[in-house]
Design a protein around this ligand. Structure first.
Ligand SMILES: *Cc1c(COP(=O)(O)O)cnc(C)c1O
Length: 379
């Protein structure tokens, strides 16, 4: 990032890699002996994939997970050699580069398995595959009705030396304890069928953060933890990061860009959805929906200036919004924290999620490219 911004960032997302590493270590201790795959898709939920991947491996993760092959290749380009699994593929994907870079491939159909085996054969290598069973989410994944054929074919490809089925996996819908238990049972049934077909995958993995924490029997050989490593609770039920032994990793902040005193009745921002109820002071914050600050949170979310909470006044615009700071002494250049660690008094990403009718996941992940990430701590 531009060093001119280091001391006085106009807009900034501070990423605390020490907190991230500690979160991974705490989660790894909780789920042991299951292993931890740190999920760093979508630029590590907006936190910066390469920095996060390194810190997560340092904290005790031994696998990395991403959605797309390009995300996996970017980790390899940065020199990261740990196992990486990618599971969501372009229908036209070619797996040659992935196999050449030793990326584990999630296979969600017989056709994908064949394409992986073909690419491995032409490269003279073995494709490391994790077969994905659809246990109920109805996204991708092999249907149970097709599973026996696919595992039989995978066993044949293994004996030809083209494929190694390193893992079996599925993904939970987090609907209810009963629904999760039914998916776990379906997964174990599919895993038994795979073993009967002659496969011996070392990694059966089903749980993401929520089940890793609340459904111990779903931990199996490995858990795939995304949101938890970022210190954002997965549950949406008011459970705090601190209650889970986690620390939020991202702090979103900026500097007050303008301050003005307004008379009763003065309108603020587009559409005058807010008018001053009495004489008050408005502070202008230079972040808007272009930066991922959700417009839906207009008039609802709060920020912290000098340790005090202040509510947004009127609509959030593309680049900026106003806060009603009342009689507080606020000056141009003062720091404004939108969200961070609630232990410091800042709103959490979850609180913004509530204000915008969404979830903490979306709040951190959508912080836009105009906001520089400043990584602090770490190795
Ligand atoms: C994103 C994702 C995860 C991580 O989920 P969290 O709830 O963030 O822990 C795990 N597995 C799959 C398949 C995913 O797509």
């Amino acid at each position: 990032m531009n060093p001119r911004h280091v001391r006085s960032p106009f807009r900034e997302a501070v990423i605390d890699l020490d907190a991230l590493r500690a979160n991974v270590a705490a989660l790894a201790a909780t789920v042991a002996p299951a292993r931890v795959m740190a999920v760093v898709k979508a630029d590590a939920y907006g936190h910066g994939a390469v920095h996060v991947a390194r810190a997560a491996l340092d904290g005790g993760a031994d696998h990395l997970g991403v959605a797309d092959l390009d995300e996996a290749l970017a980790l390899r380009d940065a020199g990261i050699e740990a196992p990486v699994l990618a599971w969501l593929h372009d229908p036209a994907a070619r797996f040659d580069a992935a196999i050449a870079h030793d990326i584990d491939l999630g296979a969600s159909s017989a056709a994908q398995l064949e394409a992986m085996a073909d690419a491995a054969a032409s490269a003279g290598r073995i494709a490391n595959v994790h077969l994905k069973l659809d246990t109920g989410l109805s996204r991708n994944g092999i249907l149970r009705a097709d599973w026996d054929d696919v595992v039989a074919r995978a066993a044949a490809l293994e004996s030809e030396g083209r494929v190694r089925v390193r893992g079996l996996f599925s993904h939970l819908a987090n609907t209810s304890p009963d629904d999760d238990a039914a998916q776990l049972a379906a997964f174990l049934d599919g895993a038994a069928a795979a073993e009967n077909a002659g496969l011996s995958p070392e990694l059966r993995h089903l749980a993401s953060t929520a089940a890793a924490l609340r459904l111990p029997e779903a931990r199996l050989d490995m858990v795939r933890i995304g949101i938890g490593i970022y210190g954002v609770p997965p549950f949406g039920d008011g459970t705090t990061a601190a209650e889970l032994g986690l620390t939020p990793v991202m702090t979103l902040r900026g500097r007050v860009a303008a301050v003005r005193r307004v008379e009763p009745g003065t309108g603020a921002s587009y559409g005058y959805t807010w008018r001053a109820p009495h004489p008050t002071t408005l502070a202008l914050v230079p972040l808007g929906y272009a930066d991922g600050v959700p417009r839906q949170a207009s008039g609802r979310a709060e920020v912290v200036i000098h340790g005090a909470r202040h509510r947004i006044a009127g609509r959030i615009a593309m680049d900026q919004f106003l806060v009603d700071v009342g009689e507080a002494e606020v000056a141009v250049g003062d720091e404004v924290v939108l969200f961070g660690d609630p232990v410091t008094g800042a709103p959490s990403a979850d609180e913004w999620g509530d204000a915008a009718d969404t979830i903490g996941y979306e709040i951190v992940t959508r912080i836009g490219p105009r906001v520089p990430r400043t990584h602090v701590g770490g190795a």
